[in-house]
Design a protein around this ligand. Structure first.
Ligand SMILES: NC(=O)c1ccc[n+]([C@@H]2O[C@H](COP(=O)([O-])OP(=O)(O)OC[C@H]3O[C@@H](n4cnc5c(N)ncnc54)[C@H](O)[C@@H]3O)[C@@H](O)[C@H]2O)c1
Length: 426
């Protein structure tokens, strides 16, 4: 049995380490000492793994590279963000490759390194392998081997999990692919798909998220057209969905570190290869521009209905990048808050999932508890957390009798409103 080490214990790395850790000993390595200390105490701030499940696993958490050398199957799941020019920032991935390279020096011969981070096709072989070789002094394909297996989990989703999503696997050669497939098959009940090469597996992942991004952009564009035509997008989609082959995408804010980021990895590679990607980049532009458009619609609607804007408080529900998840990174809700504030509104923000210290630290936003919110002329629902759905009626109490509900996620229907209240939906 292979000895597993996981590098990067975030949203992806921890649930994976825990799954393997239920069956065998796992070495969990991260450079963030705080994170390691919290995990040692049984606390996962990403809320992906409950304390009881953390207890049931056999993981030794460490920031010490020497510990990693005991593994002969090292999985890398570190972030792959973009920089301010919207180009891939490979610093964490190359930093992790450097660490793994050093660990390989004392690791058993034939150790396999599998990258799970989302990248463009070619990154594993062209960017990571040279770093592994440089810091280990060893040769890939002879002394150690490399594979790529993209992660497809969906944070906050307790149904589609690491074990229940088919795992795409790839390896440097057939023998290595076979070992990688067997290691994942031992825990992924949905099974594995053997991709024909590392580049194929890399491309498969990045196009999954690009496809979602472009489709959401199309729905956002349709929402803009519907709004100008004075028709309700939700009603239009409800009718269109009755056709068997209509794809069920919804308009909305696209944030986070996957769908709003991964397409840039693909467009970067495309441009390097001499192709200017038009559809993908225009989709990105539409999605990135949505906070501005929504803010201007909100302000226009408030003014048209006789509500003052300057210095007036509006309640704002949901700040994380998606529902039922505490992750505030790259959230577009904060762009919307900033746009609204530019018009002079005082945006009072509540989020039942997010950590208030992190909201303050990352965006200088003071999150308010529900009982601190006062009745106002506008309620903006940016993220559809389970708590908001369950307690919809009590949140609607926060809207004045002639106020407006701005429902970006399509959570509220006209029947939920009082006689003189109005509903705006994207
Ligand atoms: N979060 C998701 O929904 C999701 C889903 C599928 C794929 N992915 C991809 O998986 C990868 C990881 O994403 P994530 O959301 O788990 O990131 P994350 O930010 O939650 O976690 C990454 C962890 O890696 C650690 N780390 C950073 N640099 C390191 C280094 N050099 N050495 C060791 N540890 C290091 C960080 O301290 C952190 O704990 C990314 O490529 C992402 O695109 C993410």
């Amino acid at each position: 049995m292979r000895k597993i080490g996981v590098v990067g214990l975030g949203y992806v790395g921890l649930p994976m380490a825990v799954t393997f850790g239920k069956k065998q000993h796992v070495i969990g390595f991260d450079i963030n000492e705080n994170r390691i200390e919290e995990l040692k105490k049984g606390y996962d701030r990403t809320e992906e793994v409950e304390a009881a499940n953390l207890e049931k696993t056999d993981i030794s958490y460490t920031t010490n590279l020497d510990d990693l050398s005991q593994a002969d199957f090292i999985i890398v799941a570190v972030p792959t963000p973009i920089n301010e020019h919207k180009q891939p920032n490979l610093a964490p991935l190359l930093g992790a490759s450097q660490s793994v390279g050093k660990a390989l020096v004392n690791a058993p011969k034939g150790t396999i390194v599998v990258f799970e981070s989302t990248v463009y096709p070619g990154a594993t072989e062209e960017d990571c392998i040279p770093v592994l070789e440089k810091y280990s002094g060893l040769k890939a394909g002879e002394d150690f081997f490399v594979g790529y297996s993209p992660e497809r989990i969906n944070p906050g989703d307790k149904v589609n999990t690491f074990e229940s999503i088919i795992k795409v696997v790839s390896g440097q050669n057939d023998e290595v692919l076979d070992i990688i497939a067997k290691v994942y098959e031992s825990v992924v009940t949905a099974g594995v798909h053997r991709a024909s090469s590392i580049k194929v597996a890399e491309a498969a992942k990045v196009i999954e998220n690009t496809q979602r991004d472009v489709n959401i952009a199309l729905m956002n564009e349709i929402a803009i057209i519907c709004s100008k035509a004075g028709i309700d997008t939700n009603e239009v989609l409800k009718a269109a969905r009755t056709k068997w082959n209509f794809l069920d995408f919804r308009p909305g804010l696209v944030g986070g570190h996957c769908i709003g980021v991964d397409p840039y990895y693909l467009t970067y590679k495309a441009q390097e290869l001499g192709h200017h990607p038009e559809v993908i980049l225009s989709g990105r532009r539409i999605n990135d521009n949505m906070p501005k458009l929504i803010a201007s619609d909100i302000v226009q609607k408030l003014l048209k209905n006789g509500h003052e804007v300057q210095g007036k408080a509006v309640n704002f529900l949901g700040m994380t990048f998606k529902e039922n998840c505490p992750d505030l990174r790259n959230t577009k809700a904060v762009d919307l808050i900033n746009e609204l504030e530019k018009y002079g509104l005082n945006v009072v923000v509540n989020d039942v999932e997010a950590d208030s210290k992190e909201a303050k630290q990352l965006y200088d936003v003071d999150l308010k508890a529900k009982d601190e919110l006062e009745v106002s002329n506008a309620l903006i629902i940016a993220v559809q957390h389970e708590d908001y759905i369950k307690n919809k009626a009590s949140y609607l109490e926060l809207v004045s009798d002639d106020g407006i509900i701005f429902d970006i996620k399509g959570m509220i229907s006209k029947q939920d409103l009082k006689e003189n209240q109005k509903l705006w939906r994207l």
